[in-house]
Design a protein around this ligand. Structure first.
Ligand code: FPP
Length: 260
């Protein structure tokens, strides 16, 4: 699928001098990695890395909106991250509160709908309430979905989905023999969101770390060497150009894929 950059009213258009990548992912997922190493290199507390990472989040959100990405999913906090030192978890939660308060304007101005996915029941009330408020305030916006994966684990999401299906079987509403891939997809946290076309992970790490396990089945993966706070607009465009040059075959032969 090839899509041209959408013409939208977003900030930073003045800096837009490089040619837009030829293929824009409809759904882009990002593992924002390297905040801790960024801080360590500067003898700073880890939370400073996250604080600087939040600036990159803003750049990427604006850029995706400008380019016409339809869904952007950011891995902001995993189910495993709860085991980090209390100071770091607390610092991250405070950062989420600040970010959710300060960025609502940007979402509204740019037509961006905020959505959250994960086990939100584990979040502090302040974070959960702000997520809910921003989701509610932006629910009718159609420019782009910004999906924050918080307290999220891919296996945890699948467990939730299987429990849901199990309850339906138990209630006599579902014949197990009729369970399809389509039905599993529809039982996930955000059933209306298509699978990611592209996964970007920063800081040279090549794992998917329990992120979107089901949905990433056919995603292209691009790894950037940059630590997340250093991930620049140019580097982001480079990743998109790499994606645009990929040959996606979805299990078909080259001839079949070209024909379709
Ligand atoms: C991984 O880097 C990053 C996280 C666990 C948190 C990501 C959060 C942000 C970028 C903060 C702002 C986000 C939003 C949505 C406001 P790491 O700490 O594992 O880095 P390391 O591997 O170098 O230790």
């Amino acid at each position: 699928m090839t899509r041209r950059a959408a013409s939208v009213d977003v900030v930073d258009q003045k800096r837009d001098s490089s040619p837009a990548p030829k293929a824009i992912p409809r759904h882009l997922a990002i593992i924002m990695d390297g905040n801790g190493r960024w801080a360590k290199k500067r003898f700073m507390p880890r939370v400073e890395g996250h604080r600087n990472g939040a600036k990159t989040v803003r750049m990427v959100v604006e850029e995706c909106r400008k380019l016409g990405v339809r869904h952007l999913t950011l891995f902001a906090f995993s189910t495993e991250n709860w085991r980090r030192p209390e100071e770091e978890v607390g610092g991250l939660m405070r950062l989420f509160v600040q970010h959710l308060e300060s960025e609502l304007e940007l979402l509204l101005k740019n037509g961006i709908r905020l959505r959250a996915m994960g086990d939100l029941s584990r979040l502090p009330a302040a974070v959960r309430e702000l997520l809910e408020r921003n989701e509610e305030r932006t629910k009718d916006l159609t420019g782009m979905d910004l999906i924050l994966a918080v307290s999220y684990g891919g296996r945890d999401e699948l467990v939730h989905a299987f429990r849901k299906l199990g309850r339906a079987v138990k209630a006599g509403e579902l014949d197990p023999e009729t369970v399809t891939e389509e039905l599993v997809s529809r039982s996930l946290y955000l059933p209306d969101v298509p699978d990611p076309d592209l996964l970007i992970r920063t800081s040279d790490e090549t794992r998917i770390s329990n992120f979107l396990l089901w949905q990433l089945a056919y995603a292209e993966i691009v790894v950037s060497p940059e630590l997340w706070p250093d991930f620049s607009r140019d580097e982001f465009h480079r990743c998109l150009h790499v994606f645009a040059g990929r040959n996606r075959r979805f299990g078909l032969t080259q001839e079949q894929a070209s024909a379709s």
